[in-house]
Write a protein that binds this ligand. Structure first.
Ligand code: LR7
Ligand code: MN
Length: 570
């Protein structure tokens, strides 16, 4: 009897040890393709049938949520004689010989061929799986706007949400049909539980459509998605958790890539954030090296200067408080900058959460028309963002996008009033605190004369403190051979000669100016160009020629002694 018990204990111990080893091995095993977008199994060269089978087999383990939370949508609905997926999908099939890319700018044939419930690889860092969330996360309304989306991609977006989210967290899915040709694309989907459909009576564009969806939402948290996405394992919980902890956070997932050719689901790099150039062109960029070095935990949020725009979660009260969207923006584009600047400058923050992953079909062209033309619409929208939020820095937007000058952009008075009421930070604050990596263009970095008639601003002798006095002298030389003392570089906000910056000596009218070692933080050195005057930013006083001495004084438009001509040297 005793021996039997001893044997049993020995067997159990061995089993326990083996089990523990297996568990640890599983847990420590990194994903077969860590974070790159090139996955050999996803390339077209691999036999598709075999790839498909392999994928599904491999995936079963990595998406337990499908099993845990899958209410098997069509089982319930079909028996009720309601949503019939086959009927829905076969309503729109590719005609023989038709170019599969024509209508949607992705391979429609491939999308139609795939199951609406296909498994995808869990692309998260393996440490994400161990994170736990509050049991009482708030539910969300998912808002998907679309204009003539393919039925197969739209359905896959919806089903991935319903199958890969804890049901209690999905209050509803609001589809906003932006006047698609066939109302049934949207209407038939309302036979799926939780799905609602709002149809615009005319084409509005994604911005006004999203606002309409947000206004109809009954949950306290809004989740925006594009109409050709697939959400991944536990995508929603990290997003809701961060917003629950602080309602001013606006959070997005890492956006994985769904190939527009073969619809392979590819992991995107986890080291990227949203950025832009002065023409307001969005780009993914590496997170700055210092931040990268200090990231010991790959599951931590990544602060981002801007979001891509289509996929994010935001508290509904905060969305409304901050002024929703600029509803005078049309069709597509620019709204992500406007929202991003507004969130940061008016007291919120933007984050990318690496433990949340959502796939998106990235396309190379717009498959739909722009009633006012693509370029004009983008200019109108970005111009509105620049005019309302970028203060004097908008000059760099115009310099980078000269075609924007003079183009119509409507009235912005309501948005300016909103900015005033919300008491938001300046764009300079945003540049200093959120996006210091965005460099002020050095286009005007070539040296110039700053002159009044035949007199030029010049640096003179050093005073007792070792600072250089500044006055006016006869412009002495022709182009190319100027004395260095008359060459100035204005790269806002600094007017400088090498590393010495034009600085006021006191904040009162009549104070002299001199050259001092440049310092990024020194308010005495910051100027802006206002018409033909150089205005000291903080005092509001203007650079003036007072009988050959450079001083600052109360600004008077058209006062000759305050009007300067800038003449490039090279
Ligand atoms: O008139 C329109 N009405 C619409 O409802 C035009 C478009 N739409 C819908 C459209 O069906 C889609 O669901 O709006 C959504 C976005 O349009 P896409 O998919 O053509 O845009 P995109 O993926 O190229 O654009 C990105 O930038 C846009 C700027 O306005 C939006 O913010 C998109 O939501 C955004 N997409 C993403 O952020 C996903 C990641 C891509 C990146 C980078
Ligand atoms: Mn898209």
């Amino acid at each position: 009897m005793r021996r039997i018990r001893a044997n049993a204990i020995a067997i159990l111990t061995v089993a326990w040890i083996l089990g523990t080893f297996y568990y640890l091995w599983q847990d420590n095993k990194p994903h077969s393709s860590p974070s790159s977008v090139s996955h050999p199994k996803s390339t077209k060269s691999v036999g598709q049938k075999q790839t498909g089978r392999l994928e599904i087999h491999r995936e079963e383990r990595s998406i337990p949520l499908i099993v845990t939370h899958a209410p098997r949508l069509d089982r319930g609905t079909r028996s009720g004689g309601r949503f019939d997926e086959k009927v829905y999908l076969s309503g729109k099939q590719l005609k023989a010989g038709e170019d599969p890319y024509r209508e949607h700018a992705f391979n429609l044939q491939e999308s139609n061929r795939l199951s609406s419930e296909r498994a995808i690889r869990d692309t998260r860092h393996y440490r994400c799986a161990a994170i736990t969330f509050d049991p009482d996360l708030p539910a969300t309304s998912v808002i998907i706007t679309f204009h003539n989306e393919a039925r197969s991609t739209l359905l896959r977006t919806i089903k991935s949400v319903l199958l890969r989210s804890p049901p209690s967290l999905i209050q509803e899915i609001i589809l906003v049909d932006d006047f698609s040709t066939d109302p049934d694309d949207c209407q038939l989907l309302t036979q799926i539980p939780k799905v609602r459909c709002l149809r615009n009576s005319k084409r509005e564009g994604l911005i006004r459509s999203r606002v309409r969806g947000a206004e109809a939402a009954t949950a306290t948290i809004l989740t925006f998605l594009d109409s050709h996405c697939e959400v991944n394992t536990e995508w929603l919980q990290p997003l809701l958790q961060r917003v629950k902890e602080d309602h001013t956070r606006v959070v997005s997932p890492i956006i994985d890539v769904i190939s527009l050719d073969n619809f392979a689901y590819l992991a995107a790099s986890a080291d990227l954030r949203g950025g832009f150039d002065w023409s307001l062109h969005f780009k993914w960029e590496q997170i700055p090296i210092e931040q990268k070095m200090s990231r010991t935990d790959p599951t931590q949020p990544i602060r981002t200067p801007v979001i891509a725009g289509g996929i994010f979660v935001m508290d509904k009260g905060w969305f409304n408080h901050l002024g929703q969207y600029d509803t005078q923006m049309d069709i597509w584009g620019g709204e992500n900058f406007e929202l991003s600047f507004r969130v940061w400058m008016c007291g919120g923050s933007l984050e990318i959460l690496p433990c949340s992953r959502v796939g998106h079909v990235f396309r190379k062209r717009h498959p739909y028309d722009f009633p006012e033309g693509n370029a004009l619409t983008y200019i109108k929208n970005t111009r509105r963002a620049a005019e309302v939020w970028m203060d004097d820095y908008k000059q760099y937007y115009y310099a980078a996008r000269p075609s924007a000058q003079g183009k119509a952009f409507g009235s912005i008075s309501e948005r300016l009033e909103l900015r005033r009421q919300l008491n938001c930070h300046s764009f300079q604050w945003y540049l200093e605190n959120v996006y210091p990596e965005l460099k002020i263009p050095e286009a005007d970095a070539s040296p110039a004369l700053i002159r009044q008639g035949s007199m030029c601003l010049e640096s003179e002798t050093q005073d007792k403190q070792g600072d250089t006095l500044v006055g006016l002298g006869e412009c002495r030389a022709a182009r190319g051979s100027l004395p260095l003392s008359q060459e100035w570089v204005f790269s806002e906000p600094f007017i400088h000669q090498q590393n010495r910056c034009l600085s006021i000596t006191a904040f009162s009218p009549g104070s002299k100016v001199r050259l001092e070692l440049c310092s990024q933080k020194d308010a005495r050195q910051k100027w802006k160009l206002k018409g033909q005057s150089y205005q000291h930013q903080m005092s509001g006083l203007c650079l003036e020629n007072q009988s050959g001495v450079a001083v600052i004084n109360l600004c008077h438009a058209q006062l000759a002694s305050q009007m300067w001509e800038t003449q490039q040297v090279t």
